[in-house]
Write a protein that binds this ligand. Structure first.
Ligand SMILES: O=P(O)(O)OC[C@@H](O)[C@@H](O)c1c[nH]c2ccccc12
Length: 266
């Protein structure tokens, strides 16, 4: 079984458990204790932020990613660290923050998203979404956008986009090849991501963005994802897309604020 299939199969099992345990109740009490105005934060828009930041800086979405199947442990972090990292990313000049919430392979957590929610920055909930229940959770914890992967949902992605829209969530629709781009465009998705990482083999090829971006009309917001390590990589990717999604290289750096600042500077 390829990596993606394994992650998705495990995620499906975990979601059933989350439903049975009624974790939405636990998340609600956690939010109440933190005194965060979720309704207010839900008004932030990732698409708007990308467009606005683009005028003055490189619009980068930075990712809080504690582990990954390709790298194993990236950074061991607790909730206080997540809060500090989010603050550093914002001070460094990111246009949005992506937060991994998949627990098994990425060591992510819904609670990581909630603690970062105290800041006024658009947040993308990064998970393997296969069930509307996850969209309910995203909405409950105050995410502004969610990731929907064509490689996972195929043609069903339209229904998920509609359900997300009903919940006031923007969607980053992720693609990795021409066929997936066709499906993404058919659904009318507004923000389209191109993942440079093949999730079946975990291999990175930055030229994936160069190859696929021209197939997406320019009225869409295009996001180049994965494998961006330095300014040279970023400048190359931003020749073809509006924004870049960067996780590992930022999480690995000693000084996150400085690293983000250096990348975000035009
Ligand atoms: O750590 P990187 O190589 O900078 O990649 C970030 C992001 O693109 C990557 O985490 C990602 C892209 N699509 C995903 C789908 C699920 C999980 C993770 C991802």
């Amino acid at each position: 079984m390829d990596v993606l299939k394994k992650i998705v199969a495990d995620r499906k099992k975990m979601i059933e458990l989350e439903k049975r345990k009624n974790i939405i109740q636990d998340l609600r009490s956690f939010i109440e204790n933190k005194d965060i105005d979720i309704e207010k934060k839900k008004k932030l828009k990732l698409s708007k932020s990308i467009k606005k930041v683009k005028e003055i800086k490189n619009p980068i979405i930075t990712e809080i990613k504690p582990s990954s199947p390709s790298k194993g442990n990236i950074k061991k972090i607790n909730l206080k660290d997540v809060e500090n990292i989010a603050k550093e990313m914002i001070d460094g000049g990111c246009c949005g923050i992506s937060i991994l919430t998949e627990p098994k392979y990425f060591n992510g957590s819904y609670y990581n998203l909630i603690v970062a929610r105290k800041f006024d920055i658009p947040i993308l909930m990064k998970d393997f979404i296969v069930d509307f229940y996850q969209i309910d959770i995203a909405s409950e914890i105050g995410a502004n956008a969610i990731l929907l992967m064509v490689s996972v949902l195929g043609e069903d992605i339209g229904e998920f986009l509609d359900y997300a829209k009903e919940n006031d969530l923007e969607c980053l629709v992720e693609t990795h090849n021409e066929e997936e781009i066709d499906i993404a465009l058919d659904t009318g998705a507004k923000i389209i991501g191109i993942n440079n990482r093949d999730l079946k083999t975990l291999k990175i090829d930055l030229s994936t963005t160069e190859k696929l971006a021209p197939l997406i009309p320019n009225n869409k917001i295009k996001v180049g994802e994965s494998g961006i390590y330095n300014k040279e990589d970023l400048n190359y990717i931003l020749k073809f897309v509006d924004s870049a999604l960067i996780g590992s290289s930022i999480m690995e750096s000693e000084n996150i604020k400085e690293k983000v600042n250096e990348l975000a500077k035009k």
